[in-house]
Write a protein that binds this ligand. Sequence first.
Ligand code: SF4
Length: 712
Amino acid sequence: MKETQSTCPYCGVGCGVIIESQGAQITGVRGDPHHPANFGRLCTKGSTLHRTATAEVTLQTRLLSPLQRKSRNTKPQPIDWDSALTQAADKFAQVIKDHGPDAAGFYLSGQLLTEDYYVFNKLVKGLIGTNNLDTNSRLCMSSAVAGYKQTLGADAPPACYEDLALADCLFITGSNAAWAHPILFRRIEDARAARPQMKMVVVDPRRTDTAAVADLHLQIQPGTDVLLYHGMLHLMLDQGWTDPAYIAAHTSGFEALRELVREATPITVAETCGIAQADLVEATRLFARSPATLSLYCQGLNQSASGTAKNTALIDLHLATGQIGKPGAGPFSLTGQPNAMGGREVGGMANLLSAHRDLGNAVHRAEVAALWGVPDVPATPGKTAIEMFQAAADGQIKALWIACTNPAQSLPDQATVRRALERAEFVVVQEAFATTATCAFADLLLPATTWGEKAGTVTNSERRISRVRAAVPAAGQARDDWRIGRDFAQRLAARLHRESPSFDYPTPESVWNEHRESTRGRDLDITGLSYDQLDQAPQQWPFPEGARSGRARLYEDGRFPTPDGRARFAAVPYRALAEPCDAHYPFALNTGRLRDQWHGMSRTGTLGRLFGHAAEPTVQLHPTDMARLQLAPGALVQLQSRRGSVLLPAHASPDVAPAQAFVAMHWGGEYLSGRAADGSPLAGVNALTQPLYCPDSRQPELKHAAIRIEPA
Ligand code: SF4
């Protein structure tokens, strides 16, 4: 039996695993006792990874050879790799020649490894000459990115996992960490057991498993987060609970914010947020007066048309109270996907460039062009996720390349996504699994390796970079994602007849070495981190050349990466939900994750035991709504929004507030059927959700849609 150290591919906690294998078969998995993210623990998903990689599951679910669909509505047929990549290069070159580089769009994934991301970013921005490259990280962390940059000056979570044990107050807002980040939550439970005086405040419209064990749960109305934080600052100012010395020494812009929150009186805030004034005061006191307060937050803040404002208003509280840059304190975004952070590090999004450089900065563009050996990189921001599919639906983007993600289930407003995939002239889907809804729209399917078969690196929520290693050979003819990008780039360069950056990468390590050199002198400088060093232990960035260790905590000296070294308060007004509930659509729909499932279930859905927690998709309603609609438990109801409808069994849950509904995001296909407004078939809860997005982060509003519910 062979043992291989690697990393769990599911979530941003980034747990270390030891893969057990015999020959070409993965036979077991256990937690890596030496990995600083999990010290040997794994959750139900991580501990069953090997069962998703059996020979039987592989045969049933994996894409094992390249497939080509000669015309739509026909069955895809096998094609050899060379012909597949040549055809892809021919089609993309033709589209670029006929319509320009912006007629191509690439939609990637926070589950790709950093090396995969790097090659595709260089291919799209350095060779093709468009910034139309975005990823499902746009649905995950882009509001956190924008929030950090607007206030602290850089996309860098300032805290670390050790702070969980050092905090005196945990302020968990917009995160059900007990289900979405289970191993991190185990650390919280340990910390509370060791220090019972530690307080935990949870802000969430639902009484989640996280909220259920909190000292105080603020069950706010959906979308009122910014007003809550403004109300807390109003109270802090009123009570003298801010830190004027910290504000004066290390920040700018406080006066505008002080003026803004003047109107956020306790009575107004309590009434609008739907909470008791006494709870508002107590939460504020715990946040401001605890020696160290750590905020943990995730999609409840990020997936919102006010996502950036929610992030900045929360960070404002930390700056106003000096709760940052010291042990156990700070704003700490929890990354949803395993490598949403690594993708940002290489600049793998429509508005970013390598190593946290900005597209809008001419000096940064020139630096990246010099690194890649090309005359320039395009200055115009590319289309972000929602914009990219809208542009394809409108006929502007004609060739789409989709890698390691399933937009035909996961993007909001599925009717538009379906139109995009049908209207695009050429769709390439690079995937490990043949079972995703998006595969059905591909003209060309390229089989990719996945967990246990591929090597590279990922970065977790606390900026810690870990090695991912291959334990077994690739399934069938699957190839590594970075290699597919490289081989396509070399063919495309020959057809475009233009100066091409080098894609001469023999190994993922050669990609890594180029990436780490691109970070020299940047906030995330990792020039000191080789594969050899990462093989000894995962490390946090920054880790510049000559460093002996990474930095656990940022901004301890009170200096921030802004032009004047000061953090910036953001005075952004509270805005109510853009799609409020009304007489026609009286319910607020909230979507989210279950404990034992992951994304669109392409991996977790292969295991019967992971359905023990939730066997089927349901809509959860408050018991009073069940009674008012005269629904028996399990009664079939139709959920209808302005964009589409789905059919689901309804169940009562006191954890969901009256006039609200909760549906898990995982089910699609035949398990959760629905219809678009024009009657065409759709699947999954995103038949209902809206394409509205935050104007700063472009992250869509997946946490709220106004719906009506009727017995089916
Ligand atoms: Fe994997 Fe996340 Fe579970 Fe850790 S907490 S084992 S990274 S799914």
